[in-house]
Design a protein around this ligand. Structure first.
Ligand SMILES: [Cu+2]
Length: 128
């Protein structure tokens, strides 16, 4: 009985230590425009196993993600790119980017389309 309690205690202690050890926060540059982008980006980042928090800042275009010890940062880059947002390491697929709502079409350094946002009547992004 005593050993059982001791075992449980050790397991609890170990898992607490593991929880504390996990969670490094990395900052990733993610291109986007508006609140819709924010939701999309954060949702994508949060879908990665091991991500405990994701906060994208519209003004700085920085995504702060808290990753588990074994979580690959690249998985976050890929997930974000997959929903249409370029990161500093992974570019979104052009077709996915083109499918974004007009207001979400952030300026892509590589292939900037002129007047992408101009003709959209409902804009949710803020002008820079
Ligand atoms: Cu947007």
């Amino acid at each position: 009985m005593k050993t059982k309690i001791a075992t449980i205690f050790v397991i609890m202690l170990a898992s607490t230590t593991m929880m504390l050890a996990a969670g490094k926060t990395v900052k990733i540059k993610v291109y986007g425009n508006c609140g819709m982008c924010e939701t999309r980006i954060e949702k994508a980042a949060n879908s990665i196993n091991g991500v405990t928090s994701a906060e994208w800042d519209k003004s700085t275009q920085m995504l702060a993600v808290t990753l588990g010890e074994k979580t690959d940062e690249m998985a976050v880059h890929k997930a974000v790119a997959k929903v249409g947002h370029d990161t500093d390491k992974v570019k979104a697929d052009k077709a996915v980017y083109n499918d974004l709502p007009g207001c979400c079409k952030y300026d892509r350094p590589a292939h900037k389309a002129k007047g992408d946002c101009k003709d959209k009547k409902t804009r949710c992004c803020d002008k820079k």
